[in-house]
Design a binder for this molecule. Structure first.
Ligand SMILES: C[S@@+](CC[C@H](N)C(=O)[O-])C[C@H]1O[C@@H](n2cnc3c(N)ncnc32)[C@H](O)[C@@H]1O
Length: 285
């Protein structure tokens, strides 16, 4: 079971129970509680000694809460504009199929991740008797292999508009796998489709090895993110999409902190400094 997906789930649990919550995920804490590896992780900010001042469960968790909200809005906006197929690439413990209000009938949510992650998720949600609010199709496959066949076998229709999310995923894929993924999304997307993804701009990630977030994640919960991130140069995926006729906009997370009035702000030696959220729309002719 992917620990990074559990880290995001713990952050969402904390966000859910904040009085000024930006996103609600009532399932998140159940994933954390079901996994032995994170038995002592908090699921409420009140369980964190330093509270909001804690770099991991305060600032980093708030980052994930903000990202969740921004991408919730993106998905629902894209569905409102006509897409009915939602593809979650590296879905992890994302429960959007269960918790978002899919006002439009006929929405299908494809959850693409490794089999072990999807099996764990299924088990926890089945124990809770959770009911998806949209049709949900798990697609157990490794994104470094032929995931298109698996997605198509699951019923994905490349003739219909789609909305794609790569939330917290691309850093883990080697550069060529990211390029293949983005090119493939383009190939499978008709006009009117949309894609949001998260990227990192830093040329040398190791520069931030001693940042408060990376140190806390490594030393307190044993997740060395820099070790997990793929090494080597990153492709310019936003530029690649623009060249293929997509309109793109790139934001820092801090842009949304200011918009929502909550979330992380820049700080010295900041692991989040190079993070960018890219929103792309395939233009109609
Ligand atoms: C940090 S988690 C993010 C999960 C989810 N998108 C979210 O934001 O809650 C990264 C996810 O990407 C998945 N992942 C990483 N590399 C993958 C690969 N090669 N194939 C399929 N999934 C992968 C992991 O299993 C994990 O669930």
């Amino acid at each position: 079971m992917g620990l990074t997906a559990l880290l995001v789930a713990a952050a969402r649990a904390i966000e859910t129970h904040r009085p000024d919550s930006l996103a609600q995920d009532p399932y998140a804490e159940h994933f954390v509680r079901a996994a032995a590896a994170c038995a002592d992780w908090p699921v409420r900010i009140q369980q964190v000694v330093e509270g909001d001042g804690d770099p991991l469960w305060g600032r980093f968790a708030r980052y994930f809460g903000l990202r969740t909200r921004v991408l919730d809005d993106f998905v629902l906006g894209s569905v409102g504009a006509g897409a009915r197929q939602v593809v979650l690439l590296g879905a992890g413990l994302d429960t959007r199929a269960f918790r978002l209000d899919w006002a439009s009938p006929g929405c299908v949510v494809f959850e693409v991740d490794r089999a072990g992650v999807l099996e764990f998720k299924h088990r926890v949600l089945a124990d809770l008797a959770a009911c998806p609010k949209a049709k949900r199709v798990p697609v157990p496959v490794d994104l470094r292999s032929d995931w298109v066949s698996a997605l198509t076998a699951g019923g994905f229709d490349e003739a219909a508009p789609s909305v794609w999310l790569a939330e917290g995923l691309l850093f883990y894929l080697p550069g060529p796998a990211e390029t293949y993924l983005v090119d493939t999304v383009d190939r499978l997307s008709v006009a009117g489709s949309a894609l949001a993804f998260e990227a990192k701009l830093e040329k040398d990630l190791m520069e931030y090895r001693d940042s408060a977030i990376y140190v806390a994640t490594r030393e307190r919960i044993g997740i060395d993110l820099l070790d997990l991130f793929a090494k080597g140069p990153r492709p310019d995926s936003a530029g690649g999409l623009a060249a293929k006729g997509w309109s793109t906009s790139t934001h820092t997370p801090f842009d949304f902190t200011r918009r929502h009035g909550r979330g992380p702000l820049p700080e010295p030696n900041d692991a989040l400094e190079g993070n960018r959220w890219v929103f792309a729309h395939k233009r109609r002719p």
